[in-house]
Ligand binder design. Structure first.
Ligand SMILES: [Zn+2]
Ligand SMILES: [Zn+2]
Length: 193
């Protein structure tokens, strides 16, 4: 157990920690930043110095159990993030993970069941429940794309059935198919999604 005086921070900080009963580096790493910030006279700059000194030793402060979860699509902690359950086929799940969720694997993958994929709306023998942490906005976006796809499919079918026979020279083309995009993409495109 290394004495707190071995930590490469100003003596003032070492003393403040000792006064609070934190006398070893090992003890210090049991605290998260939020907890330390409650100690008297320990400001943000001191906390930065503590964290930097720990990193140089290959250590870090404890994870904050009350910190907000990170949205898989935003890649940032947000206050309204919760675990979202999505039934997806393997293809759509792979697509979700790779592009909009920036490589984040689902927190949970369930056993295969027969049913419809939330995204492509096709029937599979092996859709699986998959769970990711998503904020409110991303959760709504993710769940709404499948509905747009159903609407587009219906319109195409209706066109083929009702319009095409009488007007064979007209074509209905889907020029902007609905797809789940990454958050960054939307930002640069100035979209609201
Ligand atoms: Zn699918
Ligand atoms: Zn989000």
């Amino acid at each position: 157990m290394l004495d707190i005086h071995n930590l490469n921070v100003p003596v003032r900080i070492q003393q403040l920690l000792s006064e609070q009963g934190i006398t070893t580096i090992e003890q210090l790493t049991k605290f998260c930043r939020r907890e330390l910030s409650k100690l008297p006279k320990l400001g943000a700059k001191s906390l930065d110095q503590i964290e930097e000194a720990l990193i140089k030793r290959g250590l870090s402060l404890a994870q904050d159990p009350f910190a907000p979860y990170t949205c898989a699509r935003h890649g940032q902690p947000r206050g309204d993030v919760s675990l979202e359950s999505l039934y997806l086929c393997d293809g759509c799940a792979r697509k979700f993970q790779n592009i909009p969720f920036r490589g984040t694997a689902p927190e949970y993958v369930g056993p295969p069941v027969k049913g419809y994929c939330l995204h492509c709306n096709r029937l599979f023998n092996n859709v699986r429940l998959r769970q990711w942490y998503l904020c409110g906005i991303c959760s709504r976006v993710v769940k709404s794309i499948g509905r747009s796809m159903v609407a587009d499919d219906y319109l195409q079918a209706w066109w083929q059935r009702e319009v095409q026979p009488d007007f064979p020279h007209l074509r209905l083309e889907l020029t902007d198919p609905p797809e789940l995009r990454s958050y960054d993409f939307n930002e640069t495109q100035g979209e609201t999604r």
